[in-house]
Design a binder for this molecule. Sequence first.
Ligand code: GLU
Length: 451
Amino acid sequence: MTDTSELPAAIGDVYETVVARNAHEPEFQQAVHEVLGSIAPVLEAHPEFVDGGILERVVEPERQIVFRVPWVDDAGRLQVNRGFRVQFSSVLGPYKGGLRFHPSVNLSIIKFLGFEQIFKNALTGQGIGGAKGGSDFDPHGRSDAEVMRFCQSFMGELYRHLGEHTDVPAGDIGVGAREIGYLFGQYRKITNRHESGMFTGKGVQWGGAEVRTEATGYGAVFFAQEMLGVHGDMFDGKRVAVSGSGNVAIYAIDKAHQLGAKAITASDSTGYVIDDAGIDVDLLRQVKEVERARVDEYARRRPSARFVEGRRPWEVAVDVAIPSATQNELDEADAAALIANGVRVVVEGANMPSTPGAVDAFRAAGVLFGPGKAANAGGVATSALEMSQNAARQRWNFEDSERKLRSIMRDVHHSAFAAAERYGHPGDYVVGANSAGFERVAHAMLAQGVI
Ligand code: GLU
């Protein structure tokens, strides 16, 4: 990721500094390269952003917190994990972004996610800054009691950096309803405050918002619907490949079915299932969320499905692909296979699931490509709605909340689409999303001075 030859000089210099300063952080470098590589027209139109040192500042987190998380497992053994919170930008609102618990988590991953989050959150128009956190803790195979002790230790340190006006975490990979409950409980105990708005994704019985659980997956499908709509097309009758089998994948499949499409795949790190009858969302939820089993278990119980071990679903012929597992899960060869099979739309349910080579291939082939920053913004946007409801001590119903999500995704699409046109790259949602998000952040940074 050190090739700066295609970047204009002002941008190239900043990128080289990023590479030198963050030499061992390939994912962070990749995320920065993707944004810097597409905002040259914005800087041309706004030389004040260059003069105001926006680029140099926006690539450096406002604060990075790395801490020890000691806990005792069920066998009485001491375990030590590493905890992270990268508070990247608070120029548009309190730091906002999820926590990821996964063995692959390191500073590079958290910084790439935090950096993406700044622009994604800006695109939602909801007044939220950008942050991300997590730990290399692996909840798989751990008992509820172990997960609780880990969460309590994690929050025992992180609480001092959080607050409804300071930093508001939520879930991400490995952090769902169970973990959020334990984390919120520990914060409440330590601070002696029932501060609802300090965490989003809470249970709907205790301050959580309707539709937050469904929002990322639903939002990605709404975004795809908008992209298709520009071309007078719709979701009805489409064949859809989804990767992953967590929260994003499950609700992307659910919404695709509601709109008359057929989602035929789901996956995890062991392989994928293909189900020609369409994925049964209730069974997938039962296997993955209740039993916390692997996807092959789904195929065992479903006569119309089979499990393909060790492979990814991108070899299946589909009209729409929704990568919803994790970063860099769809590479250039996968993109070539999807294109050869006639894929029309790719929307990223996960954060940065397509490698740079895959993104280039989609754009070159004229595939409609919705980058995660825009396409998966429905989750965090609904988090912002949860914060509003908590602040106002209100509770909106499911229908109103979904309507609001639908309209936010329409706005996100419009912002990205219009920015792409304005900056001379019509139809290019990568340029559009990065430019529209960056513009909002840069204007606010300029107005607020050198901070
Ligand atoms: N982790 C989600 C994301 O990647 C949601 C973050 C949030 O709701 O704060 O956007």
